[in-house]
Write a protein that binds this ligand. Structure first.
Ligand code: GLN
Length: 521
């Protein structure tokens, strides 16, 4: 569908420069989300003398579960508000503002402000997340064939943000002060918001409030869309459609198991890193870690800075203020990174922060995603159920490694010093699992349901993630009880057996699901 005129627009890595403005907006939001998430449980459970609140693991993990769950429930409301009243742009900006206030509130570190902060983050995320995704979709409405690529780039923004956020907020929070760590998350949320708001003019007319968006062109488009939709719906019988709803239901159901285990990352796995893992390195191991840490920090940052430069060249005339704010944000990031590396290279002892392991997820995603997209394009592309099943099994396997690594820990022990290798390997397999599962979820939902019900079905999907993340907190909260009655290995075995069993079941269901999908691939 791309006409000759349109091709002029795709000037940045084959995509629209506006996609990258949105990429950076999402990057800063994920920076603050994951930066805060990396510190949350550690801060609450740390001793008072270490500046924490000495909460029990159970209380901290339960609150973590409510928080990480509710951020997926409010998007249902946020999507609705944007569609009916605000439009995507204002919803995104207002959501970002609320989240900035939320992070600021959390940095004050009193119980009341903690809860107010969390409430702002939950509501803000609801306005932000679904609507920024809709902007990407809107930018590519007339270029369906480029949409997958656009989402891949956007997903890189998600992971680049998670990576930098966990790395920097985690480091500063653990090594300097919790408040500074939480505060850093807030500062970049704020700068990200400004960058978006002052850059919004390059979004063509995507994301305006419902009433000012109708111009003649749009009415033409809508008629075209309506005709498309009618054509589609004539083809699909009620029986076929009902079968496809069942598939969405089954996928959503299994999603719950995935997130319930996966989201241990910021929860019990962070506690495992903090209390049970040997993170003090000496000699060659310390030198090796410093070098690896420097390389994996600087390399992605160089790549993103290069993208930033390209964006400047393309858009400086149009959205100079937005670009200047973005440039300023990156200057601060570079300064912090250089300060951190300098500090580490000159330190007498090397202690890996407990939050550090969280960066491995985004790092592995960024490294392996290109390989996986090649795989999905090849003849080895498995069916949805097989991808889903393998994703769950790999996740379970990651926990099996943790269970194995924890074998030497005596029953009821409150601390231990097992090798970091287990956590690193667990994150590797968890990420491979995520890469199998992530292309299945939302993209199949959008293919399996008629256009007018996509919003509702995304709601169902988010509901499943809510239940998954919430359960992660509830189950993770049982860590001490299970460790004292049985062992830490038993605790991790639960997260081995449940996802792996769900995965095997999913693969067995493959033929049934294929039938119920009626040709959707
Ligand atoms: N890591 C992705 C993100 O934060 C997906 C998480 C999810 O779908 N639960 O956007």
């Amino acid at each position: 569908m791309t006409s000759k005129n349109d091709s002029k627009v795709f000037t940045l890595l084959g995509h629209k420069p506006s996609l990258f403005m949105v990429f950076f907006t999402e990057m800063w939001e994920r920076f603050s989300y994951y930066g805060m998430r990396a510190l949350f449980v550690l801060f609450l459970t740390s001793e008072i003398i270490d500046g924490g609140w000495a909460w029990s693991n159970e209380d901290a993990l339960k609150l973590y579960g409510w928080y990480t769950g509710l951020v997926y429930l409010t998007p249902i409301l946020g999507g609705f508000i944007a569609d009916k009243f605000l439009g995507y742009r204002k919803a995104v900006a207002f959501g970002a503002l609320l989240m900035t206030l939320g992070h600021a509130s959390m940095a004050l570190e009193t119980p009341t402000f903690l809860y107010i902060g969390l409430a702002c983050l939950i509501l803000g995320n609801g306005l932000f997340k679904p609507n920024l995704t809709s902007i990407v979709s809107g930018l590519y409405d007339k270029n369906e064939e480029k949409k997958d690529g656009a989402y891949t780039i956007y997903y890189m923004g998600v992971n680049a943000g998670a990576f930098l956020g966990i790395m920097l907020c985690g480091y500063i929070g653990e090594k300097v002060s919790w408040s500074f760590g939480f505060g850093l998350a807030g500062i970049f949320m704020f700068l990200g918001m400004l960058q978006f708001w002052f850059g919004r003019s390059i979004l063509e007319n995507v994301g305006l409030p419902p009433k000012d968006k109708y111009e003649l062109d749009d009415i033409d488009d809508e008629i075209e869309d309506a005709v498309e939709e009618i054509k589609e719906e004539v083809k699909v019988s009620t029986k076929v459609q009902n079968d496809r709803y069942i598939v969405v239901g089954i996928l959503a159901f299994f999603t719950v198991f995935f997130w319930a285990a996966f989201e241990q990352a910021g929860g019990s796995m962070t506690i495992f890193a903090s209390k049970y893992t040997n993170r003090v390195l000496v000699g060659n191991a310390a030198s090796a870690f410093k070098i690896i840490d420097a390389v994996i920090t600087i390399a992605p940052l160089l790549i993103i800075s290069w993208v930033l430069y390209k964006l400047f060249v393309q858009t400086f005339k149009k959205i100079s203020l937005s670009n200047i704010i973005l440039g300023g944000s990156f200057t601060i990031i570079w300064a912090i990174v250089i300060w951190k590396l300098y500090r580490e290279f000159n330190a007498d002892t090397t202690e890996v922060p407990a939050s550090w392991f969280g960066i491995l997820n985004s790092l592995f995603i960024i490294s392996f995603a290109p390989l996986f997209s090649k795989l999905w394009e090849s003849k080895y592309n498995p069916s949805a159920a097989v991808k889903f099943g393998l994703g769950l099994i790999l996740l379970g396997f990651g926990f099996a490694l943790l269970a194995f690594g924890a074998i030497s820990i005596p029953q009821g022990a409150e601390t231990a010093t097992v090798s970091m290798m287990w956590l690193i390997l667990a994150y590797l397999f968890h990420t491979l699992g995520e890469l199998f599962l992530s292309p299945v979820g939302l993209s199949y939902v959008s293919k399996l349901v008629p256009a007018k019900l996509i919003g509702l079905m995304f709601g169902v999907w988010y509901l499943a993630i809510f239940i998954g993340n919430w359960s992660a907190g509830q189950l993770g909260g049982m860590i001490d009880e299970i460790t004292s009655k049985y062992s830490l290995t038993t605790f991790f075995l639960i997260f081995t057996v449940v996802p792996a069993a769900a995965g095997v079941l999913m693969i067995l269901l493959n033929p049934v699901l294929k039938k119920l999908m009626h040709g959707v691939r």
